[in-house]
Design a protein around this ligand. Structure first.
Ligand code: TXA
Ligand code: MG
Length: 332
């Protein structure tokens, strides 16, 4: 059966639509909804069987824990066995918003959520639909990105259905998810805290808020020789078509196209001359604007018969770090 999709205003979500979605969640169902980063696939985080349905729908390996979504730091603390000072500070500064914090978990947080681990990842989203849904459900919502495992995160309801149609109970279509990249994940159960997944809130911003150096995922991999978060596995956010990142992307796209392949060029720069037979997607040259369109663009290219994607290397400055991270994974 195809998944039902209900359109809902992202600013003023209709309470009757929210109530319907919340009822499904309370019965143990799974519902996709927009957040300010990407679409999430929600289930009652306190109901292990409901959370297992998320894993089944996504084809997600059981050893990859999911993020729990709440609407206040008080609600977050009820899931945490310890709430260290950095968690308090970061919550005050960045919640609600695209920041996920890993803390030691309370015993009542099911193993399905944490993949059997001793920590739980918690985020307090800012999107009005996400907040209304969590409040109406009356429980914290476990929600990974709403896409089949190993695929690009969905930033529109249409792209949720591209990989999950018929596998989930409902999609709330509140238009494009604004941010376009997944939240920053920071582990505050260790001291100093460590970024496990870069996102739109930079490690520098976290360091400034805490008055200490927050280490990044790259440091952690070098020091431990292992990825501390399953989401850091190299190939995790992948389009179906081969993607490469290239400083001289225009030339590379032309070369591939001359060899007879259908090529798309994704760039943050204006393209000076016309490129016959290359499909060109020009994204913003500011990182927030670029991020908000990236996944959507890749999904669109996937369904347009393109065989190769060439991405012009974005600027190297710190604000582009999360974008570089996702592009690297998409090209791995
Ligand atoms: O923006 C986002 O974070 C979106 C929206 C829906 O909130 N969610 C999202 O979830 O991207 P997901 O499941 O696709 O990514 C969650 C990441 C994974 O890299 C996972 O390994 C990591 O968070 N994670 C979850 N729980 C963890 C834990 N206890 N310790 C370490 N990493 C954890
Ligand atoms: Mg994901």
């Amino acid at each position: 059966m195809p998944t039902r999709c209900l359109t809902i205003d992202p600013q003023l979500p209709d309470p009757s639509v929210i109530a319907e979605a919340a009822a499904i969640l309370r019965r143990g169902g799974i519902v996709a909804f927009p957040t300010e980063t990407v679409y999430g696939l929600g289930a009652n985080a306190l109901d292990g069987a409901a959370v297992r349905r998320i894993f089944a729908a996504k084809g997600r390996p059981a050893n990859n824990p999911v993020i729990v979504h709440v609407t206040s730091s008080d609600a977050a603390r009820q899931l945490a066995a310890e709430w260290p000072a950095p968690a308090e500070r970061l919550a005050a500064q960045f919640w609600p918003g695209p920041l996920t914090m890993v803390v030691k978990k309370q015993p009542h947080v099911p193993d399905e959520v944490t993949a059997g681990g001793a920590t739980v990842a918690i985020r307090c989203p800012q999107h009005p639909i996400a907040r209304a849904l969590i409040d109406a459900a009356g429980v914290p919502l476990a929600a990974p990105s709403a896409n089949a495992s190993n695929r690009i995160s969905a930033t529109t309801a249409k792209h949720v259905l591209r990989t999950l149609d018929g596998r989930i109970d409902l999609v709330l279509d509140g238009g494009p998810a604004g941010g376009g990249l997944e939240s920053t994940v920071v582990d505050v159960s260790v001291n100093p805290p460590r970024v496990l997944r870069p996102g739109l809130i930079s490690a520098d911003a976290l360091s400034a808020a805490l008055d200490m150096t927050v280490r990044t995922a790259e440091h952690a991999v070098v020091e431990r020789g292992a990825a501390p978060s399953p989401g850091m596995l190299a190939r995790h956010y992948a389009p179906l078509i081969p993607l490469e990142i290239c400083p001289r992307g225009v030339e590379r796209a032309q070369e591939l196209s001359a060899s007879g392949q259908r090529v798309a060029l994704v760039t943050h720069l204006p393209v000076a001359h016309s490129l016959p037979s290359v499909q060109v997607a020009i994204l913003s040259n500011d990182p927030a604007g670029y991020a908000s369109r990236l996944y959507q663009t890749l999904y669109e290219l996937e369904s347009s018969g393109i065989e190769r994607i060439v991405v012009v290397t974005p600027p190297q400055s710190a604000e582009w770090a999360a974008i570089h991270d996702r592009l690297r994974r998409a090209s791995a």
